[in-house]
Ligand binder design. Structure first.
Ligand SMILES: CC(C)(COP(=O)(O)OP(=O)(O)OC[C@H]1O[C@@H](n2cnc3c(N)ncnc32)[C@H](O)[C@@H]1OP(=O)(O)O)[C@@H](O)C(=O)NCCC(=O)NCCS
Length: 192
């Protein structure tokens, strides 16, 4: 049986030090294209432009088979300052799916975000991907927010979406506050 190895990479504040080896970067690009090639690149550029805080990679026999992006930012929602984390863009190579790779990457990523002081984590679910990711995230403890969220796109326009899930990390109180508030939750600049 092949073992799957996981690697957590935290980005450095110095952008130059974040450059991954070109061969690894091209494998990530290919894997992302395999998983998200159907998404309009303009939408990706305009909405999913937030800086990465880290990533989780999964390897089988030295080959990249999974990728997860991590984000972190401080926001103020209804007068409360909070640190929100993102564990987004979960992507597993087709022939390695349904073996728990995404669940393991998410668990590693969420643990790292919790350790970093995040109160909650949130993510976007693309309805095009069907119910599977929603089932996976629900199993991990994510809950669909029962109203729209908003975010600022790269042109400064406010956009709205209704497919966002949240999980408590450091603060159940802040999680409940977000979920129960009638006010639109604003992610800030970029829908991750
Ligand atoms: C969504 C995605 C990341 C899931 O990756 P994955 O590695 O297959 O996920 P997991 O294996 O952790 O879990 C998926 C299912 O396999 C099941 N599973 C896990 N280990 C298993 C095993 N050893 N044997 C059988 N089933 C298993 C899980 O219970 C889960 O089942 P469920 O959907 O019925 O709850 C993957 O399908 C993918 O890359 N899709 C395209 C991109 C995408 O849509 N990303 C999500 C963006 S929101």
């Amino acid at each position: 049986m092949n073992t799957i190895e996981y690697s957590l990479i935290i980005e450095n504040e110095n952008e130059d030090e974040n450059r991954l080896p070109a061969t690894l970067q091209s494998k990530i690009d290919a894997l992302e294209n395999h998983c998200f090639g159907h998404i309009d690149p303009i939408e990706v550029e305009e909405c999913f432009y937030a800086e990465k805080w880290g990533r989780v990679l999964a390897f089988s026999q030295q080959e990249l088979i999974g990728h997860l992006i991590l984000h972190k930012r401080t926001i103020t929602f209804e007068g409360k300052t909070m640190i929100i984390g993102g564990a987004v863009g979960a992507c597993v190579q087709q022939n390695m799916r349904r073996k728990g790779v995404a669940e393991n990457m998410m668990t590693i990523g969420l643990k790292a975000l919790a350790k970093e002081g995040c109160d909650v984590a949130c993510l976007t679910v693309d309805p095009v991907n069907g119910q599977d990711p929603i089932k996976l995230y629900s199993k991990l403890g994510f809950v669909m927010i029962p109203r729209e969220i908003s975010y600022e796109d790269s042109h400064g326009r406010i956009r709205y979406d209704s497919e966002s899930m949240f999980i408590p990390l450091g603060s159940v109180e802040k999680f409940n506050f977000i979920m129960e508030s009638p006010v639109t939750f604003h992610y800030g600049k970029g829908y991750w």
